[in-house]
Design a protein around this ligand. Structure first.
Ligand SMILES: *[C@@H]1O[C@H](CO)[C@@H](O)[C@H](O)[C@H]1NC(C)=O
Ligand SMILES: *[C@@H]1O[C@H](CO)[C@@H](O)[C@H](O)[C@H]1NC(C)=O
Ligand SMILES: *[C@@H]1O[C@H](CO)[C@@H](O)[C@H](O)[C@H]1NC(C)=O
Ligand SMILES: *[C@@H]1O[C@H](CO)[C@@H](O)[C@H](O)[C@H]1NC(C)=O
Ligand SMILES: *[C@@H]1O[C@H](CO)[C@@H](O)[C@H](O)[C@H]1NC(C)=O
Length: 438
């Protein structure tokens, strides 16, 4: 029986997720207060030009999505070279191929993200298609991807949003992989294996990349972030021998400060430790420096493709889009109509630090492709699990009276928005010819 280890993994993840949520909310609160008091954030960046809405369904289904490399040599420039897939708009489309899979057909889908199963009644959020401005997306072809993934290992590393994306990837692929499939969880490593095809799609829990007091998926403190800014090897030794690594780390840096542990001993605290409290962006920069050094020294980019997922919106404050105070994304069933929307808590400082780290690495010959999903997540206030998710312990009656305050507005229902992140990711991993807009 293929899934016999899954129940263990599922419990781990449930707990991990719960902790994460809790942390996120504290973090979100603190971040917002921080920005409100310092008033350093521009409210809206109107960089994306919005094209008048005309529903385009011109996907040529006979086009081979992942052509073999020989064909590619004579093929037109690849999609990712010729088109900015990430600038575009959401188009309601119940005629083509979304959602890419059905919630109940994915046995590996974690309950935290299975919104319909846990009571969400509306499903329109599953039918928005991302329309890049300059080209069309090829139709997702699971079998073609699976064929090219044989004998490969993909690894997601980071926080629970990367786990969200890992769940999405498994659900997108699993129905196209015949034979035995299973998820096995050992500590911080979550492993999806399709033995007959020798495909591994793994996820490694390291919410701050370097060692931190959040490293235990279930047992960590929410109100204080402690890191050892130069220590990464304990995690990173699990990242070698991988064909593709997809990193992320953002959510956990959204508190105003981070504590650096400068002496030996437990990150969970001990007497007589030497610590220094610094602003979060400074600590993030240190962590990325350590991460960059590791990547530079240990990854051969001719063998391993590297990606870093950009930061995502978390719709915890309805006032950002004209809603009432104390309200969140709960009850939202439509995306924002203005796709130029930016929420107030969006952390541009952190984004700059990430971009600068990646360009320094590039100067040393290590290409880590940023997949900047910030803009495309901004509009999707409708796509979060809110209260429709498997719970660690049931909400109390009092809590149920205030659904806004117990809603998860950071993660994403599946099928849903992360499926698109994976489509973009796959377009980079397996270059496909561009499809001109018709
Ligand atoms: C779709 O693509 C195939 C193969 O590239 C091509 O032969 C065919 O003419 C295209 N169909 C349309 C409607 O563009
Ligand atoms: C698709 O959406 C349109 C507009 O909302 C609706 O009229 C139509 O019934 C929907 N079709 C399906 C198959 O759900
Ligand atoms: C199985 O996949 C791994 C990557 O996960 C690869 O290193 C190994 O060579 C593959 N085994 C075979 C027999 O191809
Ligand atoms: C799960 O992982 C553990 C630890 O790596 C290993 O001992 C066990 O054999 C794995 N189980 C399967 C079914 O792969
Ligand atoms: C991503 O793109 C937006 C503009 O859409 C920009 O503001 C942001 O800084 C970029 N970078 C990252 C790391 O997300």
């Amino acid at each position: 029986m293929g899934f016999k280890h899954y129940s263990v993994g599922s419990w781990d993840m449930k707990t991990m997720f719960h902790c994460c949520l809790f942390i996120f909310f504290l973090g979100g609160l603190a971040t917002l207060r921080f920005y409100k008091s310092t008033n350093i954030e521009p409210l809206i960046i109107s960089k994306v030009s919005v094209i008048p809405t005309t529903t385009t369904t011109s996907i040529n289904t006979s086009t081979q999505v992942f052509d073999d490399p020989i064909t590619l040599k004579i093929a037109p420039p690849s999609l990712t070279d010729s088109c900015d897939l990430l600038s575009g708009r959401w188009v309601y489309d119940n005629k083509t191929h979304y959602p890419l899979y059905k919630e109940h057909e994915c046995p590996f889908l974690n309950g935290d993200l299975a919104c319909q199963t846990y009571g969400r009644k509306d499903s329109k959020y599953q039918q928005w298609r991302w329309q890049p401005n300059g080209c069309d997306f090829p139709r997702f072809d699971g079998e073609a991807v699976v064929k090219r993934l044989r004998n490969k290992r993909l690894l997601f590393v980071g926080d629970s949003l990367n786990r969200n994306q890992w769940d999405s990837m498994i659900c997108m692929l699993q129905s196209s992989i015949p034979g035995k499939k299973e998820v096995n969880t050992t500590g911080t490593l979550y492993s999806f294996r399709a033995a007959d095809y020798n495909i591994s799609v793994d996820y490694y829990w390291a919410p701050m990349l370097v060692e931190s007091n959040g490293d235990d998926p279930f047992n960590h403190r929410a109100h204080l972030r402690v890191i050892r800014s130069k220590a990464i090897e304990k995690h990173a030794r699990h990242w070698v021998n991988t064909d593709v690594i997809i990193f992320n780390s953002c959510l956990w840096w959204r508190l105003p400060t981070v504590t650096l542990l400068k002496s030996a001993g437990s990150l969970m605290g001990a007497p007589d430790q030497v610590v220094e409290v610094v602003d979060s962006p400074i600590a993030y920069n240190m962590a990325l420096e350590t991460w960059s050094k590791w990547v530079h020294a240990n990854i051969d980019t001719s063998k391993t493709k590297l990606f870093y997922m950009g930061h995502t919106a978390a719709h915890a404050w309805a006032t950002d889009w004209g809603g009432k105070k104390q309200e969140t994304c709960y009850g939202e069933t439509e995306p924002m109509t203005d796709f130029r929307f930016w929420e107030i808590g969006t952390d541009h400082h952190i984004s700059r630090i990430l971009e600068s780290s990646l360009s320094k690495l590039k100067a040393k010959g290590v290409n880590v492709q940023l997949i900047n999903i910030t803009q495309l997540t901004q509009a999707r206030r409708d796509a979060h699990p809110t209260i429709y998710r498997k719970l660690w312990r049931p909400f109390t009656e009092d809590q149920m009276k205030k659904p806004h305050s117990i809603s998860d507005c950071a993660h994403w229902c599946l099928p849903g928005v992360p499926d698109l992140w994976n489509e973009v990711l796959l377009a980079y991993i397996f270059p496909t010819p561009a499809i001109a807009r018709q």
